[in-house]
Design a protein around this ligand. Structure first.
Ligand code: IMP
Length: 200
């Protein structure tokens, strides 16, 4: 059984493969299967709508499990923004570091620095069933950029219960507690359940 993932990000693919390693499931990026890019306009107003739009773009791959995710950071003092707009916040062409600087500037006078990362995963199984899972990790935003690992807003985000940012904690710890790790663990549970029905 193959699981086709709607991403060009090899790290996301590796994370899912690691979780499904004992299930005889081969995780592949969609481009390796369809041979070309598929352009999906992410114009949904929720993470779930965008994740479903992406995974439905693969619905013609009938025999395989299809999976797509959408994620972002929600900042309390910005009424939950940038949320689904996290990747473009402050302008399309900013580097991760510039985007972090932009966010810090937006909240420079705010005392409430609570924020959360959210990830929604949408899946379509070979029988056409759709499943959606979600993971959330709560934390606090720093006053400055801290740490070198990860991507996006990782250097600003200190998860609750820790005193270092995701970019300082590194991938092993981040993966165990992150929004994406939680959503993937729930997704893998659905995948295992589906596979066990095939074996009976
Ligand atoms: P996407 O779901 O891969 O499109 O990511 C959306 C955007 O949300 C990213 O470009 C980042 O700016 C932000 N984001 C999502 N997940 C993370 C994370 O784990 N760390 C840091 N930033 C993230």
């Amino acid at each position: 059984m193959k699981c086709i993932i709607f991403t060009n990000n090899s790290k996301k693919c590796d994370e899912l493969q690691a979780i499904l390693v004992d299930q005889s499931i081969h995780v592949m990026r969609y481009k390796e299967v369809v041979g070309h890019e598929i352009d999906v306009v992410e114009d949904g107003v929720t993470f779930e709508e965008n994740a479903l739009k992406k995974v439905r773009a693969l619905s013609h791959l009938k025999d395989d499990i299809k999976l797509a995710d959408d994620s972002g950071i929600e900042v309390d003092c910005l009424d939950g923004n940038p949320g689904i707009y996290s990747a473009r916040y402050g302008g399309e062409d900013l580097t991760d570091q510039e985007r972090c600087g932009y966010l810090l500037n937006q909240i420079k006078d705010k005392s409430n620095r609570k924020a959360q990362f959210r990830c929604v995963i949408a899946m379509i199984f070979p029988d056409g069933t759709e499943q959606v899972t979600e993971g959330v990790v709560k934390g606090t935003l720093t006053q400055d950029i801290r740490g070198n690992s990860g991507f996006g807003y990782d250097p600003l985000f200190i998860p609750d219960g820790y005193d270092q940012t995701f970019a300082e904690l590194g991938p092993e710890i981040k993966y165990q507690i992150s929004h994406r790790g939680q959503a993937l663990a729930k997704a893998s549970h659905h995948i295992k359940t589906f596979c066990s029905t095939l074996n009976h």
